[in-house]
Design a protein around this ligand. Sequence first.
Ligand SMILES: [Zn+2]
Length: 600
Amino acid sequence: MSHVLAAVAWPYANGPRHIGHVSGFGVPSDVFARYMRMAGHDVLMVSGTDEHGTPIQVQADAEGVTPRELADRYNRVIAEDLRALGLSYDLFTRTTTRNHYAVVQELFTGLHRNGYIVPKVTTGAISPSTGRTLPDRYIEGTCPICGYDSARGDQCDNCGNQLDPIDLIDPKSKINGETPEFVETEHFFLDLPALADALRQWLDSRDGWRPNVLRFSRNLLDDLQPRAITRDLEWGVPIPLEGWQDRSDKRIYVWFDAVIGYLSASIEWARRSGDPEAWRKWWSADAEGKDARSYYFMGKDNIVFHSVIWPALLGGYSGDGSRDGEPGDLGRLNLPTEVVSSEYLTMEGRKFSSSRKVVIYVRDFLERYDADALRYFIAVAGPESNDTDFTWAEFLRRNNDELVAGWGNLVNRSVSMAAKNFGAIPPVDPAGLTDADRALLDTAKAGFAVVGDLIARHRQKQAIGEAMKVVAEANKYLSEQAPWKLKGDDDKPRMGTILHVALQVVSDANTLLTPFLPHSAQKIHELLGGTGVHAPMPVIEEVDDLDGGPAYPVLTGDYTVGARWESVPLEVGRPLAAPKPVFRKLDPSIVDEELARLAG
Ligand SMILES: [Zn+2]
């Protein structure tokens, strides 16, 4: 057993999330966390909404509300969507808590004391027509590194390099098209070159990462520059240094504060648990965290923040860089064990785009379809290691042919036949099991090692494929054994044996599928006569800010209950009722309806 941190990317609170987002960071991290808990690990799964930064400021200005009001609105929407998907966060919080501010300021102070944050006078962009700071993301131009002509001021989406807007060739404001003016202003910089050697050593010691992530991260180290971490902006975490703390025009910038959320959310979780130091078991690089492992889940556009920036902050705070230094009050902190990045999901062949309405929001999806239908699609056909396309036709096919006709049909016919003929889990005939019975039972049992190992190595597509193979074998077994033909009194013991074997394999396959399909797993557990919680679910709680700020909702849950990752022998004689279908077969007309919605 070890302490496993599932650190899930922080959705930005400027609107509802679409299914592309949750197929990248959401469902895969939940499958992993659920499996690790079932396998007996002590899992802490944390995240929250990322609420600072210029896009929220700009959007709030446009709507005539405060940034906080905008963040309040979308924090609620996003937390509710993630709950409805069954994502089992121990704590899903937000970056506007006082606890988060304090942890961000502690990291900043520690890095500054160790010499990895340095002040520098630099040139920043302002809008000549309004005189206000022009945010990086609102400046577009040609990338000075690769020549891509739509690079953003903060990052080039083509080559992945972080940029400063002044480096762009022919910069333009995306708000009104004017050419920004660059003026001198003082800011703090993270001295990434002083941490580059330590980062390289650490990356060289990483095992089992997806090769594309490792290659991409190593390339970034070749050209590391000091990076500004403060901005001329009112909306954000104040700079915790004398002479700066009370300035309302300078703030820590959003990318610096958001990655610290993993740590601040863990600390908030510990404080709420009644043991304020408990977070150290997942984070301390000293004895307290000796069995800790941490896994970070995100879309590929966020790799740089997790494989370079965040490790740089942790290393610098711990004093591991060319300037050495001493760790602050939080102690020496663990760097990520693994950065698990997914690729992009497209929609009917196009990139998701809220502005162009190429989008389906999680809430809209869940109004019309079940959460497990979406979770199934993401698991079998999501963007795990390649960009993949969501099409309604494929969603319909996967749902009807695989989930309903494969898994749902196996559950339904086994349970109904047993309920009708025995009213309970039937006994095994004293004559014993046949080779075919044993072979099927062994296949299901062997699934635990195979599927578990694949999930632990982030090969979820293969993992669910192996679980569905058990389902296919069981369907084949039922067809071959044809228990419905064994109606006579003499045949009934054999019928009971076949149904006992089938139900045992349904129970095992249900456990194998629980990390992927937790909602239906609970229902199937109950169809088999089981009681209690099989797959625990998250809940939303309204909580007070621990340090006197405004109250807010968090997503949390009790995940100490539920099934373990093992085959549990069914209890003979446990009563069974006639089942209701677990999965919904969809009418083919939904494809045209959804495409019309998309067009309209
Ligand atoms: Zn570029």
